[in-house]
Design a protein around this ligand. Sequence first.
Ligand code: COA
Length: 266
Amino acid sequence: MSEETSNRVFADGILKGRVALVTGGGTGITGGVARALAEAGARVALVSRKIENLEPAAALIREGVGGDAQAFAADVRDYAQVERAVAGCVEHFGRLDIVVNGAAGNFLCPAEELSPNGFGTVVDIDLKGTFNVCRAAFEELKKRRGLILNISATLHYGGTPLQLHVSAAKAGVDALTRNLAVEWGAHGIRSNAIAPGPIEDTEGMKRLVPPDIKERLRKRIPLGRFGRIRDVEQCAVFLCSDAAAFINGAVIAVDGGHWLGGTRLL
Ligand code: COA
């Protein structure tokens, strides 16, 4: 395990006995979060559209971490498929304590060129997909006084060019996070979100940030560096642990202070 991906700031086994279902492609931020939860002792169900992409990630967790990980195919836009994945997870592991909604779609597109279907597709994956998974997992989470962790963004705190569709979807994810915190908090279910800022070595950074913009972007991050997937992983492990037992409805930016925009004045 490399220094970059180590999760050793936490005591061993702080999520032992828990089962986490993580949506997303098994790579990048959600792949890192899944592995970090496994390192902390959770058993993990990986869920996304293409089982052939998930199997290697599940195998890496089993072999690299020594934890139990299984892949389940489902398009988060399709409620019946999501229900089957949740049922498969519960059948395999016997319970479900943690849901991490990381599945997301993204592309750069000016608003005037964005088709209604393009807008709807991203909202369907990011927002409706998050709702579908939470809704399908509710009864199991209620049994365990479990928790929801949504992967949001900071794009919608201001206006982000070419990202209207994603900004709208993630604003909805934040609203959903807070509403579920209120409604399902009554069942002991916590609902929180992480809003990652610019995280290096992710598909999003490679595809969405052209090299000439990258250095200008870095200079706008008060801590002077891009985030690492490990930064998001550690926040995720914390929020999924009992150390965060009274944190409910929080959206935590993991962005080095980027969205505050203060460095523009310096
Ligand atoms: N620019 C503008 N519109 C786009 C687009 C782009 N780069 N990519 C997709 N769309 C539009 C399509 O044109 C289509 O709308 P239309 O029917 O009006 O033409 C609509 O979005 C759906 O596209 P489609 O490719 O059929 O959807 P999909 O469900 O197969 O995939 C995404 C949608 C968002 C997942 C796809 O863009 C994708 O694969 N992205 C890469 C993976 C990703 O985003 N990962 C997250 C990293 S941050």
